[in-house]
Design a protein around this ligand. Structure first.
Ligand SMILES: Nc1nc2c(ncn2[C@@H]2O[C@H](COP(=O)(O)OP(=O)(O)OP(=O)(O)O)[C@@H](O)[C@H]2O)c(=O)[nH]1
Ligand SMILES: [Mg+2]
Length: 533
């Protein structure tokens, strides 16, 4: 098969939303269509515990939330689908944002009882900035929900995106009867069954068909007919170009936990979502058909499978063809590396993969020098700069209470630093060698402690640190200039892992005061990327 054919059948997307809207549940149900029924449960380890359940999934199970993104690849209806389930909690949003750099479209899940929630809104903004097409799934229709017209209105009002309902819910909560497909004019009846099976669609000319009419009480019927007429009257048509430009979102209603409306979503998504697009690099476009292989690492995770205590670097292929055992240029080390251990990933399961094409996400094992954001390519002229950086807002010391286990403690911490779970800072002129951890949110500290203990057998103790704001100083600042800075009370100078100087402030006010008293000293809220010698 030609590379163009391979590219055309790839669909790479992320599922995003506020915590608890049902992303992981939806992911699991989508897998049923990829013939992955027996494995579907491995995504939600907290629901179906499997023998291979890894430790970090153990933590997810305990807390009932996703703490890290999951990669799944499967085939459906002639497509090769790369699906990424993301965590909704804002403390883990760095991982989610990195995933968004690796996908070509997203499915935004909304809890129909709650509407647009804050985290959904933030993630949406990132997608809009990147021009990523968005498909919307209004979930939990089996529970009392907001008026569907109001939900559409929220999309338009709160997010400022046009909304086109592809299907429409009939009733809700205990009275939820199914969805009406506005394009095929077919009604899909919902039946509550254990295990979330669904009944085959009933084909009708319209809701007035007696077979369907008989299923609905007068109130539900009247309401549905009225709503559908209103939608028709609005006269909006499905606009593919607007969807691809991220200006309009196709909306599907359903219930993930009941596996209802999931196939309609999947089929509608595949029909309208884009295959891999060219990537822009320093103003030039790298087309997926470019004969040179290229891709970038957007995620690193160790110890996913307790049976193989190793480290996987996830790469999104952007151009050319990947072949196992190929030798490529690694941007960070500027060295040639041979990629011999490549895997197709399915949750925490893996399988050797011999070739991959643009759009594919594959896992590379056994390269400790790989870092998040690195480019791997045949053509050293290609360098992707896709990975966003975040400002930490939570700070805490991490003590090692057991000196006999220092090695394990250090090894585990270094791994977690490489995964980008947290950053480490070291106070200047300090005798204390305890690492000061910095993270986007405090739940990450809990993840660090849990993983240190379960994966490295190292205990740790957290101690609150008094800062809430960090700012990077110019990298070329001299030690004398650092001595000369006038620091507000309670502020400290520290170094990041690349030995770049930063200032820690107790609050925003103190950071502003510093800028006033140290005129001309530029502070950056984003971590600088260069490492000082
Ligand atoms: N009633 C009902 N409950 C649902 C539905 N879909 C998901 N849930 C429940 O909602 C809860 C959250 O589901 P998850 O799939 O874990 O949510 P999530 O979006 O992955 O959450 P995070 O990953 O933590 O952001 C679980 O208890 C699900 O069983 C649905 O269609 N109807
Ligand atoms: Mg989840």
């Amino acid at each position: 098969m030609s590379i163009a054919t391979e590219i055309a059948k790839r669909r790479t997307f992320a599922i995003i939303s506020h915590p608890d809207a049902g992303k992981t549940t939806l992911t699991e149900k989508l897998l049923l269509y990829g013939g992955a029924v027996q494995l579907a449960g491995s995504v939600t380890a907290r629901k179906n515990q499997r023998a291979t359940t890894s430790d970090w999934m153990e933590l997810e199970k305990k807390r009932g939330i996703s703490i890290s993104s999951t990669v799944l690849q499967f085939d459906y209806d002639g497509y090769r689908i790369n699906l990424l389930d993301t965590p909704g909690h804002k403390d883990f949003s760095e991982d989610t944002y990195r995933v968004l750099t690796a996908v070509d479209s997203v499915v935004m899940v909304i809890d129909s009882a709650k509407g647009i929630e804050p985290q959904t809104r933030k993630l949406f903004e990132v997608c809009r900035q990147r021009g990523v097409p968005i498909f919307t799934f209004m979930n939990k229709c089996d529970r009392p929900m907001k008026n569907p017209l109001e939900l559409l209105d929220e999309l338009e009002r709160v997010l400022g995106i046009g909304a086109f309902p592809v299907n429409w819910p009939i009733g809700d909560g205990a009275d939820f009867r199914g969805v009406y497909d506005r394009q095929t004019r077919r009604m899909h009846l919902f039946e509550r069954t254990v295990g979330g099976q669904f009944r085959a669609p009933v084909s009708v000319g319209g809701v007035e068909d007696p077979a369907v009419r008989g299923q609905l009480d007068d109130r539900t019927f009247d309401k549905t007919v009225e709503e559908l007429q209103m939608l028709e009257h609005a006269g909006e048509v499905f606009d593919d170009a607007a969807v691809l430009a991220g200006l309009s979102t196709p909306v599907f209603f359903g219930s993930a936990s009941n596996n209802f409306g999931v196939q309609l979503l999947l089929d509608g998504f595949l029909k309208h979502s884009p295959p891999p697009k060219p990537r822009v690099m320093a103003g030039t476009e790298i087309s997926p058909e470019n004969p040179s292989f290229s891709g970038f690492i957007f995620k690193i995770q160790a110890n996913m499978d307790p049976k193989h205590r190793d480290r996987i670097a996830f790469i999104r292929v952007c151009s050319g063809k990947f072949e196992r055992d190929m030798t490529v240029h690694h941007s960070r080390s500027e060295k040639k590396v041979r990629l011999s251990s490549s895997h197709k990933i399915f949750g925490n399961e893996r399988e050797t993969v011999d070739e991959a094409y643009p759009g594919d996400v594959i896992g590379l094992v056994g390269h400790n020098s790989f870092g998040i954001g690195d480019t791997l390519t045949d053509d050293p002229g290609i360098l992707y700069k896709e990975i966003p950086r975040f400002t930490p807002e939570a700070f805490s010391y991490l003590h090692n209470p057991n000196t006999a286990k220092y090695k394990q403690f250090r090894q585990g911490l270094d791994q977690l630093l490489q995964e980008g779970v947290i950053q480490a800072l070291y106070l200047r002129n300090s005798a204390i060698k305890t690492p000061l951890l910095a993270a986007v949110g405090p739940l990450q500290f809990e993840v660090v402690q849990f993983r240190l203990e379960s994966e490295y057998g190292a205990e740790s103790r957290l101690e609150a640190a008094p800062w809430t704001v960090v700012r990077w100083l110019p990298t070329d600042i001299t030690e004398d200039a650092l001595d000369a800075l006038s620091l507000p009370t309670g502020s400290r100078i520290a170094y990041d892992i690349g030995k770049n100087p930063v200032v820690l402030f107790q609050n925003e006010w103190s950071a502003n005061y510093f800028s006033e008293t140290n005129k001309g000293m530029a502070l950056s809220a984003l971590p600088v990327q260069t490492a000082r010698e």
